[in-house]
Every structure is written in structure tokens, then in C-alpha cells.
Design a protein around this ligand. Structure first.
Ligand code: CP3
Length: 376
């Protein structure tokens, strides 16, 4: 693999590099802004595609993945500063040999989840001839196709789910209220849990590197279920694997910004800042941005870690259910709380199906205005 794909000169030149400059810690004229789940069911044009096409079919068909990725860019012309490739974190368990279905109105469903450590033998990632790049080539094709179709409007983000979050889905077989089955593994089958986490870290790191080769210009790692672990278990079962993934990607592509979103892990801000090499830490809405900034800066100082950390976030997505003036006020408050540098604006989690697309526009416009004012 490689020689041809590695050559990024074959892609159109980037016209808006605000996101990349901010992610590298450079001073920018305003905060860049994008949204998790910016392509999704809140958009009628997305639902129209989904009527005809099953969820994973969209992921597996580069022309459809490109179309859906571009939908929010088209609707909010000039307002979004990044595109995120349309795919899902669960393509990795699929690549490792587990079936996953997307059940309308319910979410992901694994018909045969991992029930005991013996089931690790069903995973194919240690089989002879297994190749992450071959299994997930359809994602690479979607990235390459989308990067061309973007025509350099904004950078294209790739992503993966983090090992603990993927492990939780693979054992629970879907969403869960208590994560009792997955958490049981952490205590009753601790060695098997670490084996699975290590295998997932290996596959996801390779997958991220392949995504950059295919055209991704920045990366994000989603540890969506970090909040289910307390500080003790996060330090053992999540952090080391998150750290390993970032280190491996940085070794391959030192210049590609990488973000970690450990949802609910406000207790782990210091560790994420000092024990990993993520350029950007994405915050959910349960953390005050001023407090987060102060804690990160203090941790870097006290450990004498000479690197800068950019923060992303973190408006409560449900604020988009409020009236337009409230959205503007809350967005302005948020931008002030992050301050005039080292901020990528986003929601604290993804867009929801019930959101009014026009309210997202109000948020995006408010970020443009408030964050520019802050820098005057
Ligand atoms: O626009 C984007 O952000 C890019 C695409 C994207 C999707 N999923 C598309 C999607 C991304 C980055 C994801 C990541 C993802 N998937 C996460 C991590 C982020 C987070 O939300 O915490 C997780 C946990 C998943 C797993 C997943 N996929 C769930 C729980 C669901 C069902 C819940 C829901 O919102 O519907 C999905 C389905 C899914 N992935 C949809 C989309 C647009 C909606 C499903 C549909 O079209 O039927």
C-alpha cells in the first residue's frame, strides 16, 4: 500500500485551514466550529438517503458516504470549518468478525456478542492473512472520494471508537444502562479484558494511520462510554490504550492533529493532558470550560510537560432546543469561557434527530460572531 495514496499533492489545495491551525495551537482570527453527528437524522436530506439505503450500506458505498458527509457542508455553506467522514465506530468490530445491525429507532445490535473469554477466538484479527486495511478499504475509498469532492473547502476528519467503548458494545451487544456485562469482564476476566483492549488498540491505531493515508487531515478518537468507568478503572482500562493509539499515530504522522473525546471523564482531564499526546481534548457539557482550562494548564506545569493542549466543545446539545436568542447567549458565554485561543467550538456531544436544523445554523453563526469579537 502507500506510495500513491501517501501523496497528498494529488488532492485539491485546502482553502480553509482554520481548524488545522487551531488544532496545532496557533492563534486564529476566530474559533473554528463543527459538530459531532453533523451528518445525521436531523437533516431531511439525510433521512431521504436512508429511506432507500440501510445504514451500513451508506457507510460501505463511497458515493453515498461522500454525499452524506457533504450534506451539512452544503446546507451551512461557509459556516462549518471541518467535515467528518460518514461512517461509524462499529465498523471496527465488524472488521474483526462480529456482525452488527443498525436497528431503526433502537440503535446498534450485535446478534452474537462476546459472552465469555472463549469467544475471543471468534475474532479474526489474529488470523493469518488478516489485514485491517483490506477489511476497511471501503472507508479509505470513502475518505479519498470525499477529500476530492470537498475540493479543499475544509479539512476532512477521520475517526475511530476507543477500545473500552468498542469492547463495551461487543460484550453488551448494543447500548446499555448499566454496562453490567462489559464491566463484569473488567473484574471477573481481567486478563481477557486487557487482551481484547490491546487488540482493539492495535486495530484502531492501524485504521487511523490508514485513514490518513487515504486522505483524512485530522483524527478524532471517541471514548463515548468513558463516564461509565470511575477514575480508578479509567486509569487501568481506558487511558493506557488511548495513549498507545495517539503515540502510534504520532509516530506515523507527527503533523496530523488528533483529538480525544472521553465523554463523562471530566475526572481524567489532567491525565489526558499529561499522559497522552492528543493535541485536542474534547469536552462534554458537564465541565466548565474555565475550570477545564485551568486544570489542564496546572497539570502541564506541575508535571513540566512542554506541550500545548487545545480544548474542543462544549455546548450542551439540548441548548439547541431553546429559542434563538438563548442559543446565541449561551454560545457567546461558552466562547468567553474558553477564551480567545486554543478553542475549537463544538457541541458537548452529537446532534440529535429531534434538533431543528435552523437552530444549528444559529449556533454556527453565533460562534463565528462571538469568537471573532473575543479576539478584537
Ligand atoms: O456526522 C458524524 O459525526 C459522522 C458520522 C458518525 C456516525 N456515528 C454516524 C451515525 C460518527 C462520528 C459516529 C460515531 C459513533 N457511533 C459513536 C461515537 C460518538 C458518540 O455519539 O458518542 C457511537 C457511540 C456510535 C454508535 C452508534 N451509531 C449509535 C449508538 C447509534 C444509534 C444512535 C443514534 O444516534 O441513532 C449509531 C447510528 C448512527 N451513526 C447514526 C448516524 C448518523 C444514526 C442512525 C441512522 O441513520 O439510522
Amino acid at each position: 500500500h502507500g506510495a500513491v495514496n501517501f501523496d497528498t499533492a494529488r488532492f485539491p489545495p485546502l482553502k480553509n485551514d482554520l481548524y488545522l491551525r487551531a488544532a496545532r495551537g496557533e492563534q486564529t482570527e476566530r474559533a473554528p466550529v463543527w459538530c459531532m453527528r453533523q451528518a445525521g437524522r436531523y437533516l431531511s436530506e439525510f433521512r431521504a438517503i436512508r429511506v432507500e439505503n440501510e445504514f451500513f450500506r451508506v457507510c460501505r458505498t463511497p458515493s453515498l458516504a461522500t454525499e452524506v458527509t457533504l450534506q451539512p457542508l452544503r446546507r451551512y455553506a461557509g459556516l462549518l470549518d471541518a467535515a467528518i467522514i460518514f461512517s461509524d465506530i462499529l465498523v471496527v468490530p465488524q472488521a474483526m468478525g462480529l456482525d452488527v445491525e443498525m436497528v431503526p429507532g433502537k440503535g446498534p445490535h450485535f446478534p452474537s456478542p462476546l459472552r465469555s473469554p472463549d469467544d475471543l477466538a471468534r475474532l479474526v484479527d489474529r488470523n493469518e492473512g488478516f489485514s485491517v486495511d483490506a477489511q476497511l478499504d471501503y472507508v479509505y475509498k470513502a475518505l479519498t472520494n470525499t477529500r476530492h469532492a470537498l475540493g479543499g473547502q475544509v479539512p476532512l476528519l477521520g475517526f475511530v471508537g476507543a477500545p473500552w467503548t468498542l469492547m463495551a458494545y461487543m460484550i453488551e451487544g448494543g447500548g446499555s444502562k448499566t454496562f453490567a456485562a462489559a464491566k463484569t469482564w473488567l473484574f471477573a476476566h481481567r486478563a481477557a479484558a486487557h487482551e481484547l483492549l490491546a487488540r482493539l488498540a492495535d486495530v484502531t491505531a492501524r485504521f487511523l494511520i490508514g485513514q490518513v493515508r487515504a486522505g483524512a487531515q485530522a483524527l478524532q478518537v471517541f471514548e463515548s462510554w468513558a463516564g461509565e468507568l470511575g477514575p480508578r478503572d479509567f486509569a487501568e482500562f481506558s487511558l493506557p490504550y488511548l495513549a498507545r493509539i495517539a503515540a502510534r499515530v504520532k509516530e506515523a504522522y507527527p503533523g496530523v492533529p488528533i483529538t480525544v473525546f472521553a465523554k463523562g471523564a471530566h475526572y481524567a482531564l489532567e491525565l489526558l493532558a499529561t499522559e497522552t499526546v492528543y493535541d485536542v481534548i474534547s469536552l462534554d457539557w458537564t465541565v466548565d470550560p474555565r475550570t477545564a482550562r485551568a486544570r489542564v494548564e496546572a497539570a502541564l506545569r506541575s508535571k513540566s510537560v512542554a506541550r500545548s493542549v487545545v480544548l474542543q466543545g462544549n455546548l450542551d446539545p439540548t441548548v439547541l432546543f431553546a429559542d434563538e436568542q438563548t442559543i446565541r447567549d449561551r454560545t457567546a458565554e461558552m466562547c468567553r469561557a474558553f477564551g480567545p485561543t486554543a478553542h475549537i467550538a463544538n457541541l458537548g456531544h452529537g446532534m440529535m434527530p429531534a434538533h431543528d436544523p435552523e437552530h444549528l445554523r444559529v449556533f454556527l453563526e453565533a460562534v463565528h460572531q462571538s469568537s471573532a469579537e473575543l479576539r478584537q
